[in-house]
Design a protein around this ligand. Structure first.
Ligand SMILES: Nc1ncnc2c1ncn2[C@@H]1O[C@H](COP(=O)(O)OP(=O)(O)OP(=O)(O)O)[C@@H](O)[C@H]1O
Length: 263
């Protein structure tokens, strides 16, 4: 379970470049809830994910995961709570290491045993089984260097690595955006299946409105550091891409009105 309470973050506070990125965000995700997040550029989506992951400290507010306030934990301490997949397929894996070495590192995430990449035969069996579930034939390529894999294969592997230790929260930051439509579909399907299999509490940022509506059981729209729309599963099922575009139009209208008022 994830609870965010009155989270605020302003970049360059007190300067001419001051940029409020999160304006008192409060959000609760129940265990197993899967929310997609859409929003205009600069809405604060990545800042929200970064502040949950601990790569960015909040100015004020709290992030609570499974009842533990994690604000003061650095990102390495938070690692056991968080699994994350980024947009860039090269961000989640080490290209010069083999598939099995990458998986061994993922297995040790959040433990105090450091970054050992030791691979035992018992582990190798587990890796083979987990990789087989991706249906990409990677179970036969355990000793291949990850740098040789395609973008889609790397994202599938990143997803497996991020969820290996069944984190409390899975953060997906436009993780299918850099893939061609076919591979994006594959990684989306794998995502749905792994989230369901482990009942993972998940936040997925996407610019693809169709995907945002189709995937998960909640939809959040952000704009200018705020959550301006929060649809539950039933509301989401009744919503179309045209409806979401209409919401974006309203925002544009609002900012135009604001500018008109200021003029
Ligand atoms: N490290 C940073 N330093 C300064 N400003 C930042 C930093 N990170 C984000 N911002 C600013 O905070 C605001 C929110 O950015 P953020 O990246 O969270 O938006 P986003 O919704 O993820 O946008 P996009 O869809 O374009 O990726 C933007 O105005 C951005 O320029």
């Amino acid at each position: 379970m994830l609870q965010i309470s009155e989270a605020r973050k302003t970049f360059f506070a007190g300067t001419i470049n001051e940029k409020p990125a999160l304006r008192s965000i409060s959000l609760t995700l129940a265990a197993g809830e899967f929310a997609t997040i859409i929003g205009s550029n600069g809405a604060g989506k990545s800042t929200l994910l970064n502040s949950i992951a601990g790569t960015l400290p909040l100015d004020t507010g709290t992030v609570t995961i499974d009842g533990t306030v994690v604000n003061r934990m650095n990102d390495s301490k938070r690692a056991k709570y968080i699994g994350r997949v980024f947009q860039d397929p090269s961000a989640g894996t080490a290209p010069t290491l083999t598939i099995e070495e990458n998986l061994a590192i993922a297995l040790r995430r959040g433990t105090r045993r450091g970054l050992g990449k030791g691979v035992t035969s018992a582990r190798r069996d587990r890796f083979r089984n987990e990789l087989a579930s991706l249906e990409l034939g990677l179970e036969n390529r355990l000793t291949a260097k990850v740098g040789l894999l395609s973008g889609g294969q790397r994202q599938a592997l990143s997803l497996l690595m991020a969820t290996f230790t069944q984190p409390s929260i899975l953060l997906l930051d436009e993780h299918t955006a850099a893939l061609d439509p076919q591979r994006a579909d594959l990684v989306t399907r794998l995502t749905e299946s792994v989230v369901k299999q482990h009942s993972l509490t998940t936040l997925m940022v996407t610019h693809n409105m169709e995907q945002a509506l189709r995937v998960g059981n909640r939809l959040l729209m952000m704009h200018d550091g705020r959550i301006i729309l929060d649809l539950n599963a039933a509301q989401k099922a009744r919503t179309t891409v045209a409806d979401l575009l209409g919401e974006f139009e309203k925002i544009k209208g609002a900012s135009l009105d604001d500018r008109t008022l200021l003029a």
